[in-house]
Write a protein that binds this ligand. Structure first.
Ligand code: THU
Length: 303
């Protein structure tokens, strides 16, 4: 195992598999750098804890997203690939690997950043871990040239895992706003409960939907499935996020909609759910639909 994950806050159920993911991220970073047998600790903390560390270690009294504490000091302009002897000195027989140091991640900030960039929390945590891994291997971003090199390494490492840069990310606020706009189009003379939805597809396009009812009540269609149909007919197959809003209560997606979304979404897809004029909360699809039945169970890959 390349990393050792240490939770310094309670583990959210949706992140119980995080260690496996971050190990893959660390391995990809090491492969990119061309080193083997290395590892580091990843500590997951909150705003208060990282602020205290930032104050103590760097004299900066505010929270940040990630801090890196390397054990190896690299000569100027050199990184891990240039220093095999130095690395060997940090071999930890107890762990059976070269210890590069500690990466400390602030989960609260990671959640906020994921929301800002319009991507999943696991994607943000993968990015922060890769960023820290390269710091622990001697990279920095003090000037523009260094910054370009470091970003390039991070991106190439994440590319190896298929975690590519996704263009056209929009904020949860903006996606929720589009759901609110769609809600105004709802056709609901029976329930008078308007619902709007907006899907963010993998390629950055957004697809709105609203509920539309029928005199034969059972023929009614929810906003989420209307948005799904809209996405599918425009050629989208993978969803990155969905926002759903109800006119007079929080519009939690119904069971059928959760299952329909599962067809085109991973379990870590953010579901932004709220009530018009009152804000929203963010859950993952996996939290709304645990132990789900999915296309993979029938050997189908959607994409
Ligand atoms: N509805 C949705 O559109 N989405 C949901 O997630 C919950 C329910 C609609 C269906 C129906 O038109 C109305 O709300 C009342 O059930």
């Amino acid at each position: 195992m390349a990393i050792e994950l240490q939770w310094e806050i309670p583990v959210p159920a949706a992140l119980s598999n995080l260690e496996t993911l971050l190990n893959r991220v660390a391995d990809a970073c090491f492969a990119e750098e061309g080193i083997e047998g290395a590892g580091f600790a990843v500590r997951i903390v909150d705003d208060d804890a990282i602020r205290a560390l930032n104050r103590e270690m760097r004299n900066i009294d505010r929270p940040t997203d990630v801090l890196s504490f390397p054990t190896v000091s690299y000569p100027a302009g050199k990184t891990a690939r240039d220093c095999p002897k130095r690395l060997r000195r940090e071999y930890d027989p107890y762990l059976g690997r070269v210890n590069l140091g500690d990466c400390v991640i602030n989960l609260e900030r990671a959640r906020r950043q994921a929301a800002e960039y319009g991507h999943s929390l696991t994607r943000e945590l993968s990015y922060l871990t890769a960023h820290s891994a390269f710091h622990l291997m001697g990279y920095d971003h003090m000037n523009e040239e260094e910054k370009i090199i470091m970003r390039d390494r991070e991106e190439k490492a994440l590319d190896r895992l298929g975690i590519t840069r996704q263009e056209g990310g929009i904020s949860y606020d903006a996606l929720f706003e589009l759901a609110c706009e769609a809600m105004q189009k709802a056709y609901c003379p029976y329930s008078k409960f308007q619902v709007g939805a907006c899907i963010l597809a993998e390629d950055g396009r957004t697809f709105q939907g609203c509920n539309f009812e029928n005199a034969s009540y059972g023929a009614s269609i929810c906003a989420e499935r209307c948005a799904t149909a809209n996405a599918i007919v425009h050629g989208a197959r993978r969803f990155r996020a969905i926002a759903v809003v109800g006119s007079s209560a929080v519009a939690w997606p119904c069971g059928i909609c959760r299952q329909v979304l599962r067809e085109f979404s991973d379990l870590d897809m953010p579901v932004i759910v709220g009530e018009f004029g009152k804000g929203y909360v963010v859950r993952t699809l996996g939290e709304l639909l645990p132990e789900s039945f999915s296309p993979e169970d029938l050997g189908v890959t959607v994409g």
